[in-house]
Design a protein around this ligand. Sequence first.
Ligand code: PLP
Length: 411
Amino acid sequence: MKTTAQHPFDLAFPVEGDSLCVGGMPLARLAERAGQTPFYAYDRALLDARVGQLRAALPADVHLHYAVKANPMPALVQHMAGRVDGFDVASAGELKTVLDTAMPPEKISFAGPGKTLKELRQAAAAGIVVNLESAREMEALAQAGAALGLRPKAAVRVNPDFELKSSGMKMGGGPKQFGVDAERVPELLARMRELDLEFYGFHIFSGSQNLRAESIMEAQEKTFELALRLAPHAPGPVRLLNLGGGFGIPYFPGEQPLDLARVGEHLHGLMPKARADFPQAEFVIELGRYLVGEAGVYVARVIERKISRGQVFLVVDGGLHHHLSASGNFGQVIRKNYPVRVGNRVEGGEASGPASVVGPLCTPLDILADKMELAHAQEGDLVVVFQSGAYGLSASPTAFLGHPAAVELLV
Ligand SMILES: *Cc1c(COP(=O)(O)O)cnc(C)c1O
């Protein structure tokens, strides 16, 4: 049985001989270039292609921000700096990474609950836009501005009074630690008038990892409506309206890619009214996973092919300590396999029945593939986990068990 095209995911990567190519290089050679396995590789051409698809689908005046949390590798962030219109960061560490790029500070925003006075001072000094998540943050930001003798840029992150339906992760609607509840925003804005803050606008992020165009379309519509209800309370015109993001990528069998064209068409339809309602606003969509997730692979080498009571285990030199999400332990309720292939046997040879790919950690949680149909792999072969460009290494417990680190390549 051939194992070609087991998943649609690897079609983006060309095959040469029997080997997958990433960044134009066969995997075995890339491993030599890396100097080790395991490694992550992020493909520049695929990053650029994704930005191109978004530019083609979305209205030209809806700007594209990269949410750095998805993949904060400095070289990748540098690469993205020349291609997107702004960055969204969620910590002082991410802020440092983006300030090392050429991105202008007013195109950088900082979200996340519990910002400390120290972080707010850094943000104010940098001249970036702070997405305020509470009245405390607002007071602290004004204090930071006063101490520094400048006027910090402030947007209000709103916890909307609606949800992004069928989201992998809901981050708005109902009680949340994120943002200011929509019904309390007018009161916050009234207080802002008394403070020396430069009002920028609103940040309304309702959820993540959504594959349903209708849900995203509905959320965008409701986001414009909510911003329009809040705008009269603001101390100044809305100059920035961040519509959130939430565009998902398919990971598991049966999942269909997001219909980006539909989302884009619908947004085109909403824009004439939005431009009239917010004549001074820059419109922004912020995406993490959708920009970078499909451009990355994680590669580990088979150390041993082990049979236990008839079941095949491919023990590899990488695992959950580098790729927690592929192990199923990063927010999944029921464990499902990420798309996995034997990257140097893509044409497959003979499949040998189901095999499980496990890491070297002494815990049963360290699984990269559970009883999958894979090409017959042996010691030395390279196992590839697709859809690994987002929430990979930086979202993993790298210190757990003290195994060697993975390297990251931008190719
Ligand atoms: C996590 C996060 C994102 C990125 O989410 P993706 O699912 O990776 O697109 C964007 N904005 C905010 C505020 C976030 O917290």
